[in-house]
Design a protein around this ligand. Structure first.
Ligand SMILES: Cc1cc2nc3c(=O)[nH]c(=O)nc-3n(C[C@H](O)[C@H](O)[C@H](O)COP(=O)(O)O)c2cc1C
Length: 168
């Protein structure tokens, strides 16, 4: 088990475009008895409803969505580059079919009962504030539906308050 320190959010220097878009992140949700994780490269961090928040976009078909919908908390985790293949794995296999943590060489750990991968180097613990299904009618750019949702596997946007950042 690694030792994480609480990290003041004001000191966080991260470029969301590279950190999320290029290096990717892992969303983990569930409980001590069962949790699941998946890779994301779409999403962001910001401020909403007077809270520091993350927002992520998860398609209907993802097993992780079931855990996000059921629970109140989730984590968003970042890794050093040696874990890029592990993130690739978690983005290409479903926890429906296997123990993905084990297969990817990751270890579930818990803080305030919120699951996160022990191998991460920065973890944002989040409290779900909103789950917003993205519907075709809301796309003002009408090319989006065909470009990204031909199969109707729509995204839900989850907004989570960052209740704690932990780094090691
Ligand atoms: C680099 C990368 C980024 C991804 N980003 C997202 C994303 O932002 N939202 C999403 O729904 N799926 C995304 N995926 C796909 C899921 O991670 C993938 O379908 C995963 O196997 C779902 O696992 P699960 O069924 O165990 O939840 C991404 C995959 C990769 C490889």
């Amino acid at each position: 088990m690694h030792t994480f320190q609480p990290y003041p959010i004001e000191l966080l220097e991260m470029n969301p475009f590279t950190k999320i878009g290029k290096e990717w992140a892992l969303v983990t949700a569930g409980s001590k008895s069962k949790c699941n994780a998946m890779t994301i490269s779409w999403g962001g961090v910001g401020v909403l409803w007077n809270k520091n928040v993350v927002y992520i976009f998860v398609r209907d078909s993802r097993y992780t969505k079931e855990f996000l919908d059921k629970g109140e908390f989730f984590s968003l985790s970042f890794f050093d580059e040696t874990y890029h293949p592990a993130l690739g794995y978690c983005g290409a296999h479903s926890g429906r079919d296997e123990n993905k943590f084990e297969k990817a060489g990751l270890t579930p750990a818990f803080r305030h009962s919120i699951p996160y991968p022990d191998e991460a180097n920065l973890v944002l613990l989040c409290r779900k504030m909103a789950a917003v299904p993205m519907e075709e009618e809301t796309f003002t750019d009408k090319s989006i539906k065909d470009a990204f949702y031909k199969d109707n596997d729509m995204h839900t946007m989850y907004v989570g308050e960052i209740i704690e950042a932990m780094a090691r």
